[in-house]
Each structure stands twice: as structure tokens, then as C-alpha cells.
Design a protein around this ligand. Structure first.
Ligand code: TRP
Length: 450
């Protein structure tokens, strides 16, 4: 196969950094992290989350970039070639298979939430939030969830946008968007933070998020925090592997990974601080769940000067951030289809898009007509997909990648790819062979017995 006919490549290292940051930064930072903090007891969750990013997230991010770049193939074929190169069982390729499935399953609910964001763009643009109260804002969000047709409309638009960018090819489609997007998102978040600081209860927010209370660390909260570290950094399923496969050989994997992890967690934590300052000042419920940002942020935008303008801009930027993440969720599967079945990107994107869209319809119905449908352990459709992917499939994928890179792959190969000083290489090796596997396995075990 002639690689050049199928594969894109990043123009330079900087665009890779931006694209990978674009994959990492998305609804996970603005929507999911803030509400997960509230649902899982505040600071205890934040602490485990930060530890997970440092001890597991960054080393595994490096691992995934490295595995992808070495073979320059989609995750499944890359794992197969890597296994061959290391004289290991070809079954390692199922890491890639599981990853493709994980990405597809995540996008089924990600797109529905992306739809909520799109609908909030239109609401903000119509000035629907002017002078809104906490109770009104919550009622607003409940009304959205109760309307299957509105949800369906916006979910469809989100899928169409995502899959049209995918159809064009990731490297071409993303390079331009990301250059502007991430700085703009940071800027508007700082504005929001400034506003929250002036009218909200920033002290209560900071205490809630950062005062250490170890007694609140339950096994379940720890698993959620670890799972969210994977979700937030986009690791454990091959998104990063496939982006790494478009990367030239001269980039420093370690520096890139650290940069991405810092940008990603900083953005999420800043969003959390801004949101909880508003939650506590308006007597809202910190454990409100997935609707949290949609109930709190309209209050801020509804009262600040130029609020309709900033609100519209904010939700537009979040929608873009969500789209650049969504793209990376399907890119492994698209790359696999294009490189193996040899159909072109457009029909591949259309077919996969329709599949994901259909499952997404079931997800959006689980907020209204199918509210009482339970899949496993009393969880509805949305919760099942979310929990299954974030707390089981991603950590499991990451665990297998860590073991492969740390124990199976020849040291000379990982050394060559990572190109680190000996002491840093040993640290990376230690995290992949011991720290990350032990952390992941022990939260799994805790959960089994709780
Ligand atoms: N990290 C993205 C977010 O925070 C979501 C995402 C994109 C993702 N690609 C992924 C999550 C791969 C897990 C695995 O919104």
C-alpha cells in the first residue's frame, strides 16, 4: 500500500501539539469535569484527578504518542506491527479494536451533549438568558431535556458538522481551526473567571475544590477520577495513537505530552472554579449532575454587561472544542476502514456517522421517553455508555498499552522513540510497568469489593 495516497501528515510539530490539545480539550473540561467534581464530593475527587494526571496520564500520553508514531498506522494495525516487531502475540492488536469501539461508544453520548451546547448558542444569541434566576435557568435546561425533537435536531447538526470535517481529512480540517480556538477558549474562560470572582463566592468555590479532605475519597470517587483523567486527556483508546501516527520523527514526545496535560487540566480546573463560585452564590446544587454548566452559566451571562454576546461566543467556542474532540473519537476507526477496506474517507465517514447518530438517538431518548429504561446495574442508557467507557474501557485500554510499552516492546525501540535522558527514561519505564498498572488495577479491585 502506498502510504502517501491514504495518510495525511501534520504540517509541523506545532500543529500536532494543537491538534492533540484540541482532542484533549473539549466537553470533558467544560462540561464533565465540573459536574463530576460536584457529584464526587469536591476536593477529594480533584486530588485523585490531579494525581492520576501526573502519575498515570502524562506517562500514558507519552506511550500512546510513541506507539502511534513508531508504526505510522491506525491503532489496530500499529499494534499488530508493534507486536510482530517485538515477537509478541498478534492478539495485542485487539487493544486497537477495543479502542475503536470505545471511541464510537463515547461519541454516541458526546454528540448529544454537543447538541445541548449548540442549542445554548441559539438561546444565548436570542437573549433568552437576560436577568435569568437560578430556578429559571434550571427549568430551562429541564425543558430542553424533556423535548426529544429539540434534542434530536441539535444532535443531528452536531453529527453532521463532525462527520463533514472527518470526511475532509483530519490534518487538513483541523490545522486551521485549532490555531485560533484554544487561545480563544482560554481567553473567554478567564473573562468568565473574572466575572465569577467579582459576583460569585470564589472562597467557597476554592474551598470546595481544593481543601483536602481525605475522608471523602471513596473507591468509587477514585475510579471516577482516574477514569476522567483518561477521558480528559483522550488516552486509552487510540485517538492519540492515530494523531501520533501523523507526527514527524523529530518532535519531543515528553515535552509535548507535558504541555498538553497542563493545558488540559488547567482549563478544566479554571472552568470548575468559575462555575462553583456561581453555584455557591446562587444557592444551586453542586451535585446537580450533567446539567450543571447549563444551569449555572446562563446566570452569569444573563447578568454581566454584554452577556448575550459573551454567552453566544462562549458556547460557540465550546461547540468548536467539542467538535475537535469528537473528530478524534472516530479518527482511529476511519483510518482503519480507509487503510484496510480501501473505501475512501467520505463514504466511510457517512456510514460510521449514521451508525453513531442512531445510537445517539437512544441516548437522547433516555432523558425523556425512555427515562425508565435501565441497561445494567440500574443505569439508564446515557449513564451506562458513560460509565462503561470512562471507568472500564479507557483504563483497561491504557493498562494494556502501558504493559505492552513497558514490558513487551523492546527497550531499544522505546528508547529510540522517546529519546529521553536515562533517568527520565527510567521514570517513564517505572510508571508504565508499575505505577500505572498498580493504580489502575487497584481501583478496579476496590470497586469489585465495594
Ligand atoms: N478528551 C475529550 C474531552 O475532554 C474527549 C475525547 C476525545 C476522548 N478523544 C477521546 C476521550 C479519546 C477519551 C478517549 O472532551
Amino acid at each position: 500500500m502506498n502510504n502517501m495516497t491514504y495518510r495525511g501528515a501534520w504540517a509541523n510539530r506545532w500543529t500536532f501539539i494543537l491538534a492533540t490539545t484540541g482532542s484533549a480539550i473539549g466537553l470533558g473540561n467544560i462540561w464533565k469535569l465540573p459536574y463530576m467534581i460536584g457529584v464526587n464530593g469536591g476536593s477529594a475527587f480533584v486530588l485523585v484527578y490531579i494525581l492520576s494526571i501526573l502519575l498515570v496520564g502524562i506517562p500514558l500520553l507519552m506511550t500512546e504518542v510513541m506507539l502511534g508514531r513508531r508504526m505510522q498506522k491506525n491503532p489496530m494495525d500499529a499494534m499488530l506491527s508493534l507486536a510482530k516487531e517485538s515477537n509478541a502475540a498478534p492478539a495485542w492488536r485487539y487493544i486497537g479494536t477495543m479502542g475503536m469501539l470505545t471511541g464510537v461508544l463515547i461519541l454516541c453520548f458526546y454528540s448529544v451533549v454537543g447538541g445541548w451546547v449548540l442549542s445554548y448558542i441559539s438561546q444565548a444569541a436570542q437573549s433568552n438568558f437576560t436577568n435569568i434566576t437560578g430556578a429559571e435557568s434550571s427549568a430551562h435546561f429541564d425543558a430542553l431535556l424533556a423535548s426529544p425533537f429539540t434534542l434530536l435536531f441539535w444532535h443531528t447538526i452536531f453529527m453532521v458538522i463532525t462527520m463533514s470535517i472527518v470526511a475532509k481529512g483530519v490534518t487538513a480540517g483541523l490545522e486551521k481551526a485549532n490555531n485560533f480556538l484554544i487561545p480563544a477558549l482560554f481567553a473567554i474562560l478567564l473573562l468568565l473567571l473574572g466575572y465569577s470572582m467579582s459576583v460569585g463566592d470564589m472562597a467557597a468555590s476554592a474551598t470546595f475544590m481544593f481543601s483536602p479532605d481525605f475522608s471523602k475519597i471513596t473507591p468509587n470517587a477514585a475510579l471516577n477520577a482516574l477514569g476522567h483523567a483518561f477521558f480528559s486527556l483522550s488516552i486509552g483508546m487510540g485517538s492519540i495513537m492515530v494523531y501520533g501516527s501523523y507526527l514527524q520523527r523529530d518532535a519531543s514526545i515528553a515535552r509535548t505530552s507535558i504541555y498538553i496535560a497542563i493545558a488540559d487540566s488547567l482549563l478544566g480546573l479554571l472552568a470548575g472554579l468559575a462555575i462553583y463560585a456561581l453555584v455557591f452564590a446562587n444557592q444551586l446544587e453542586p451535585g446537580a449532575g450533567p446539567g450543571l454548566i447549563f444551569q449555572t452559566l446562563p446566570i452569569a451571562f444573563g447578568h454581566m454587561p454584554w452577556g448575550n454576546f459573551f454567552g453566544t461566543l462562549f458556547f460557540i467556542l465550546v461547540a468548536f472544542a467539542a467538535a475537535t474532540s469528537a473528530i478524534s473519537l472516530v479518527e482511529p476507526t476511519i483510518a482503519w476502514v480507509v487503510e484496510n477496506i480501501k473505501i475512501s474517507r467520505k463514504p466511510a465517514a457517512a456510514g460510521l456517522g449514521i451508525l453513531i447518530w442512531s445510537i445517539g438517538v437512544a441516548v437522547l431518548l433516555s432523558f425523556n421517553l425512555w427515562q425508565d429504561v435501565k441497561v445494567v446495574f440500574g443505569l439508564g442508557i446515557f449513564d451506562t455508555l458513560d460509565k462503561l467507557t470512562s471507568t472500564i474501557m479507557l483504563p483497561l485500554g491504557g493498562l494494556l498499552m502501558a504493559i505492552f510499552a513497558g514490558c513487551v516492546m523492546k527497550k531499544q525501540h522505546s528508547k529510540q522513540e522517546l529519546n529521553l535522558k536515562t533517568s527520565f527514561y527510567q521514570l517513564w519505564q517505572l510508571t508504565n510497568t508499575f505505577i500505572a498498572p498498580i493504580a489502575i488495577v487497584s481501583v478496579f479491585i476496590f470497586l469489585l469489593f465495594s
